[in-house]
Design a protein around this ligand. Structure first.
Ligand code: NDP
Length: 370
């Protein structure tokens, strides 16, 4: 159903455990050939998949809008999400993944090679369904794995359509999508032939997945929820930072993992910052002592993103280093970049996506010593 009007947008199948078995079987068969390709060949496939997304951008955005509810245009909208899909698909392609020589002396030579894991199971949320699927698909494929995705039951059509388009440029069965509910997600987690689960969603589900994956020590990446804090330092200019604060909090109507959710403002700027922001939004908490604000910011059991707002970048960096979060932004919040690792500390998850670190999460390190 569309999130906006409850009108039926389309119907998706409910996959069974037998469908999952068959998909995983096909994924294993395809993986053997896919892994034989060079990094350059797999990267060329990813570029072609990105071209296909780009060529179908308008239709994908229309479906995403109808199913998930975000507008097609204006602001961080469906077209913006499709643009993210293109960018992240391309971004996984060019990073060099040559073997790393870690010893080369009279004692011998040791190299670290990054080898595929096998079949990856991707489980995703509803808020950025296409873009987060790409965050899972692109690095998994680049590193020589195949992938089977289970989208959120709120957004199966968007992910099916995305995969359909990408598959026009990919060999058969390297990318498959199985719509289904949480029970199918549990079956992914427990499936003995899925080698890794990469999951984006809530902390509660992430914990359930970790328990379910314990029996066969499945590899995991868990991108979980946050409650991001921002700290305004007493040298910031409220007029300059107001717009960044607003978008840090309300991108995708605030339904974003790394959205700004708590803002700590010093006594000296409290009224001015409130004046700039109060017309549009934002729980704003007054602080007197910076140490107290840092303690409040770090006081929760989650740590996805955080931000520091200041006219002095070096001072802001000192505070940033003390904040317990996987990403800390200075004078902005939640701006992600495919080259920069992203993920959470504490109950916000484990592992990193994006960049070289994200690619390594989709591989095993194999040491070869002579
Ligand atoms: P959920 O955790 O409810 O669901 C995420 C996915 O997990 C869905 O596909 C869901 O299926 C599936 N699922 C549910 N139960 C299980 C289970 N026991 N085992 C395996 N899979 C299961 O999250 P939401 O969809 O509500 O997504 C919003 C959450 O995602 C927020 O907490 C947000 O902060 C977080 N998030 C984190 C990001 C990050 O990068 N750290 C980015 C974006 C969002 P079904 O829908 O069918 O129930």
């Amino acid at each position: 159903m569309t999130a906006a009007t409850d009108e039926v947008v389309g119907r998706a199948p409910q996959s069974t455990p037998e469908d999952l078995d068959a998909a995983v079987e096909r994924a294993h068969a395809a993986q053997r050939e896919w892994a034989k390709l060079s990094h350059e060949e797999r990267s060329a496939h990813l570029h072609r998949a990105a071209d296909a997304i780009e060529a179908n951008a308008a239709a994908l955005a229309e479906l995403l809008s109808r199913e998930q509810g975000k507008p097609v245009k204006n602001g961080p909208n469906a077209m913006f999400e499709i643009g993210g899909c293109v960018a992240w698909t391309r971004s996984a392609a060019p990073f060099p993944m040559e073997p790393e020589v870690v010893v080369d002396d009279e004692s011998g030579r040791s190299e670290v090679h990054w080898v595929p894991l096998g079949v990856v199971g991707g489980i995703g949320p509803w808020n950025w369904p296409m873009m987060i699927s790409v965050w899972q698909i692109a690095p998994a494929l680049r590193m020589g794995n195949t992938i089977v995705l289970k989208p959120s039951e709120y957004t199966p059509l968007s992910v099916l359509a995305l995969a359909h388009v990408m598959n026009t440029a990919l060999p058969a069965d390297v990318l498959q999508v199985l719509p289904g509910d949480g029970a199918l997600g549990r079956a992914f987690t427990a499936h003995p032939r899925i080698d890794k689960v990469t999951f984006t969603g809530s902390t509660a589900t992430g914990k359930a997945i970790m328990k379910g994956a314990a029996d066969d020590l499945k590899r995991l990446t868990l991108e979980l929820g946050g409650n991001d804090a921002g700290i305004v330092l007493d040298d910031a200019d409220p007029k300059v930072i107001a717009e960044g604060l607003f978008w840090g909090a309300f991108i995708n109507t605030g339904q974003t993992c790394a959205a700004l959710k708590r803002l700590y403002v010093p006594d000296s700027l409290y009224d001015a910052v409130c004046e700039e922001l109060v017309a549009v939004a934002l729980p704003i908490v007054r602080y007197t002592d910076l140490e107290q604000a840092i303690a409040w910011a770090n006081g929760l059991d989650v740590g996805l993103g955080a931000s520091v707002w200041s006219a002095d970048p070096e001072r802001a960096k000192e505070v940033a280093m003390r904040l317990e979060a996987g990403s800390v932004w200075i004078n902005k919040h939640g701006t992600i970049d495919p080259r920069v690792p992203f993920g959470g500390v504490k109950h916000s998850g484990m592992g990193r996506e994006f960049g070289v670190l994200g690619l390594k999460e989709m591989a095993e390190a194999k040491s070869i010593s002579v």
